[in-house]
Ligand binder design. Structure first.
Ligand code: HEM
Length: 270
């Protein structure tokens, strides 16, 4: 029997679904009084009277979220550190933005405030450029609800459409020198998350629900990284697309705390 990649994916999905189903059963049998994670919230919703959620939908949701929330942000952050390592001028400006925030902070012991977060102009340019070039989601699917005529082509009603964000993000008519990593290209541009020329987080009715969360997570990570640490690339960092973004040999960096004279560096594989 030939085991295709697709077949292996189906088997993997089956195994993952079985694990999630067991977890659901365990938690139903022994419900915790405190909601400790998202699964507990799903369970609570499932038990509400008149809910539209079924166990099958809940399990599907949990399965999708494993990819949607974990794989995406970790890939984006890895790409971000790689871009920073390859572009010292970008790192310099990012550091400057975050050092200014620290200098102006009234209470040196406070965490990042909402006002500080909203002031991270260059950080948002950097995040936009990272997700534009990273093209973490290589395809978005839609269904033609009615016949569509587009540039002389007809898409019959009911057909599946695959939108390809990389084709949009690397379009030289919209992005000058599209393969260059250039956060400054976003200067003065309103970034509301989605447009015809920027769809790293999708668009329309199925626009990524995690977009703002991702931006907060990335901005806070970058804030801590550039204000408290320095790092050195050890190995890896090669990028392949299969078609998703992958680092076949990982991306290994050595992180040291800023300001510490003698410190045993941690080696981190991203
Ligand atoms: C760099 C990080 C991320 C990227 C690049 C990304 C990208 C996307 C894209 C392209 C879509 C498809 C939208 C469409 O079909 O138009 C999507 C959907 C979705 N994303 Fe994200 N995402 C990220 C992070 C997250 C996070 C952190 C979460 C959850 C905490 C999340 C949850 C979802 C969900 C639930 C959907 C489905 C929305 C729906 O179908 O209505 N994503 N994401």
């Amino acid at each position: 029997m030939i085991r295709t990649t697709y077949h292996k994916c189906l088997q993997g999905r089956k195994r993952a679904m079985k694990m999630l189903k067991n977890m659901l059963q365990e938690r139903r049998a022994k419900p915790s009084r405190l909601q400790s994670d998202f699964y507990d919230y799903v369970l609570e919703e499932l038990q509400k009277e008149g809910t539209v959620l079924t166990a099958a939908i809940a399990l599907d949701l949990m399965f999708v979220l494993l990819f949607a929330s974990f794989e995406t942000t970790s890939l984006a952050l890895t790409a971000a550190v790689k871009f920073l390592s390859d572009h010292p001028r970008v790192l310099e400006q990012l550091e400057e933005e975050h050092q200014t925030i620290l200098k102006q902070r009234e209470d040196p012991n406070s965490g990042v405030t909402w006002k500080e977060y909203k002031s991270m102009t260059f950080t948002f340019q950097f995040i936009n450029e990272t997700v534009r070039l990273a093209n973490i989601v290589p395809g978005i699917f839609r269904k033609a609800l009615r016949e569509i005529n587009f540039k002389g082509y007809t898409i019959p009603a009911g057909w599946a459409i695959m939108v390809c964000p990389p084709a949009v993000h690397l379009n030289p008519a919209k992005y000058r020198d599209p393969l260059a990593f250039n956060p400054w290209r976003w200067e003065g541009m309103e970034s509301n998350g989605a447009s015809k020329h920027f769809m790293a987080f999708g668009g329309g009715m199925r626009f990524c629900v995690g977009t703002e969360f991702t931006k907060v997570q990335m901005a806070i990570f970058l804030h801590c990284l550039v204000t408290k640490h320095r790092w050195q690339v050890i190995k890896g960092g090669n990028i392949v697309r299969t078609p998703g973004l992958q680092y076949p040999n990982g991306f290994h960096i050595q992180i040291t705390e800023k300001g510490l004279q003698k410190h045993e560096p941690e080696q981190t594989s991203m």
